[in-house]
Design a protein around this ligand. Sequence first.
Ligand code: AMP
Length: 419
Amino acid sequence: MTGTSRGDAVLVLNAGSSSLKFTLFDADHGTLRECVRGQVEGFGATLRFKARFADGRPEVSVDGGLPGASSDRVPHHASEALDGLWRWVEAQLQGRRLVGVGHRVVHGGTAFSAPVRVDRPTLAALQQLVSLAPLHQPHNLGPIERLLTEQPALPQVACFDTAFHRTQPVVAELFALPRQFYDEGIRRYGFHGLSYEFVATRLRDCAPQAFAGRTVVAHLGNGVSMCALHAGRSVASTMGFTALDGCPMGTRTGSLDPGVVLHLARERGMSLDAIEDLLYKRSGLLGLSGVSHDMRALESSEAPGAALAIEYFVYRLAREVGSLAVAMGGLDALVFTAGIGENSPRIRAAVCERLAWLGLTLDANANAGAQVAAGSGAAVRISASDSRLEAWRVPTDEELVIARHTLDLLGRSSPKHSG
Ligand code: AMP
């Protein structure tokens, strides 16, 4: 990291239970340009490393370890994998100076409604929130703690999946529990906020009418949620206290009558751990289809369960759009993003078809052709020119949002960012 500096660089880390994703950005003169992104996965088992360069150099893919590292010590957590990854990332800097690291942190609770620079007291405050997201928060915080110890002078910024939703009115955050529970933090937080923030910014540039109006953004990836954006601000979302609520997902249930949980515990004697495993890892598209959690596999499967899982998925998505439209008092646009939303013309068409009565007419060619533009990252309008409701496909980029916030908090960003 020493030597003549060609410019600044920012590293973004997204640490989960089984993978550590990273993106390195060139931040020369405050303008962000992606250099390389990839991930280390398979903690505690067979480690796999992948990295894709933005300049077209061949992808790096290593099974059984990290490039250039001995494979005899397998990391069990993201924080352990960070050591090896750090060496690899340093080698990619090539004269640039790493000015900061931005982290995706799932939960900011009620206290963190914006990105924050992390010092020891802030980390302690974030650790207090582990009970709100026990499956994610500890993994997100592990690398932050590691870097605070090993690189205390390196600025770190935490960006929260919940923060974007803190503009919601109280009525959207409440559960109908006794009021004291809300005051104690049992409330709807909403997630995928970094993705919604990116999409809102993109809409402002590409689809100003959708940005200014009442828009539902459907983040359809392995995790699935929707957000009601009114003039670019979150006013309601489908995910609630945890990332389990709302729409069905790859392996998560989405909304479920809480009475089912009581029944499973009382009548079937299921333990809390077994119920958690069922709701988070064995339900959703996987549970319904009995085939896969992966939409690509379901779309190409002949199994009746696959068709049923897709039908349920689309049905629930369309119902949630209706609910969010009511929260905004109407609907002007629908936006699809994330793995399924960006890449599945079939799911987009099926959802839009169920919303035809609201005045949504798809342009079938634009919907099918949106794939062609996929690599460009461009927003594509997929509704017909005479459709009352606009529909868009907008590729998301949570890492770019994190990098922007990191530069902003370090006071290094120029007004214009690429990407
Ligand atoms: P994400 O979590 O955003 O990476 O999204 C993962 C989901 O996107 C998985 O269900 C994938 O099957 C789905 N996906 C990715 N590419 C396609 C595609 N071409 N067609 C349908 N689904 C896709």
